[in-house]
Design a protein around this ligand. Structure first.
Ligand SMILES: [Zn+2]
Ligand SMILES: [Zn+2]
Length: 327
């Protein structure tokens, strides 16, 4: 197998030839056909997550076909198309697993962070955490659903049923979620970097009824806002934009410090929440409904060897939608 490997934090990934790996008990090996590039991959590369480890193969929006099956795997067959998400394994035994909150497991494994991921031609995963994808839809459009779509979905559920939804940071996740929210009959208000008229126009093409800079107030108070950008300064701005008892959901794994703000912004039962990881049930719920939503996924393709270019372009905001690596 070949892979783009992170051998030192903050250094470019290295194109590396590795011996083929065999799946162990309960595992499958998947020949990767597409792997999305997520902002979390930048946090992995930059060493911004706790206990970073190298060498590691990043990538956790993986679509591919099973080409080897370890002992004890049930319900999956050779050649079957699967998706592999960020949540790679949970212990099943801690207090959080027992209360059906496996996204908060005390002993998790995360794809592309604590176990090798999909910036490679093949990857090995715990079969119970892979999602069968069926044959509808193409591999490249499905890849961004595995994190941007799933985390967006979980954030939307946590944001509640409010009709007026603000999305701060209009990247891969928001461009999917805007379509999901519209499909659900909600009104989407998109907030971008101030002056980023191109992304505001992009948001309108996906159904946003209003788009503006994050320093602007929406034309009417929002029921909820989801922050995908990693900028803590957005939290007080979003609190200003939501109505009484409105929710502000922080969807990122990492965020810069939230500045001090007056208590009045959170008074009247406004709430600030964060979303951590995903549960398998989130994936099952979202991937079951996604085909009905007729999502149009905007992708920019890079050959696997150009993963560093894809990461740099993501960091620089040089494309709309999602980047996808193809081996
Ligand atoms: Zn657990
Ligand atoms: Zn991700």
């Amino acid at each position: 197998m070949r892979a783009m490997v992170l051998t030192a934090l903050k250094a470019p990934l290295q194109w590396t030839e590795l011996p083929d790996r065999q799946p162990g008990a309960g595992q499958i090996r998947v020949a990767v056909s597409a792997c999305g590039v997520c902002r979390t991959d930048l946090h992995v590369v930059d060493g911004e997550l706790p206990h970073p480890q190298v060498p590691i193969i990043p990538g956790h929006e993986i679509v591919g076909r099973i080409d080897a099956i370890g002992p004890g795997v049930e319900g999956l067959g050779l050649g079957e198309r699967v998706g592999i998400p960020w949540l790679g394994h949970t212990c099943g035994d801690c207090a959080y697993c027992r209360m059906h909150r496996e996204n908060l497991c005390d002993h998790p494994v995360f794809t592309g962070y604590t176990r090798d991921g999909g910036f490679s031609t093949a990857t090995i995963t715990d079969a119970r955490f892979a999602f069968p994808l069926g044959e509808a839809g193409d591999d490249i459009s499905l890849a961004p659903l595995l994190c941007a779509g799933l985390i967006g979905w979980r954030s939307l559920v946590i944001a509640g049923d409010g009709k007026k939804l603000g999305l701060y940071g209009f990247g891969a996740a928001a461009h999917i979620l805007a379509q999901v929210a519209k499909w659900q009959g909600r009104s989407v208000f998109a907030f971008t970097r101030p002056g980023d008229l191109a992304t505001q126009a992009f948001a309108r093409t996906l159904g946003a009824i209003w788009a503006g800079g994050s320093d602007e107030m929406p034309p009417e108070p929002l029921d909820a806002a989801i922050i995908f950008a990693t900028v803590g300064d957005l939290v007080p701005l979003a609190l200003k934009a939501v109505r009484k008892a409105g929710r502000v959901v922080c969807a990122g794994l990492h965020m810069s410090d939230i500045p001090r703000f007056p208590y009045a912004l959170i008074w009247e039962e406004r709430e600030v929440l964060s979303v951590a990881n995903l549960t398998r049930q989130d994936g099952i719920d979202f991937l079951r409904l996604a085909p009905e939503m007729k999502l149009v996924i905007r992708t920019t393709l890079y050959p696997l060897q150009k993963a560093n270019e894809a990461l740099a372009d993501l960091r620089g905001g040089r494309f709309e939608g999602a980047a996808v690596l193809v081996p």
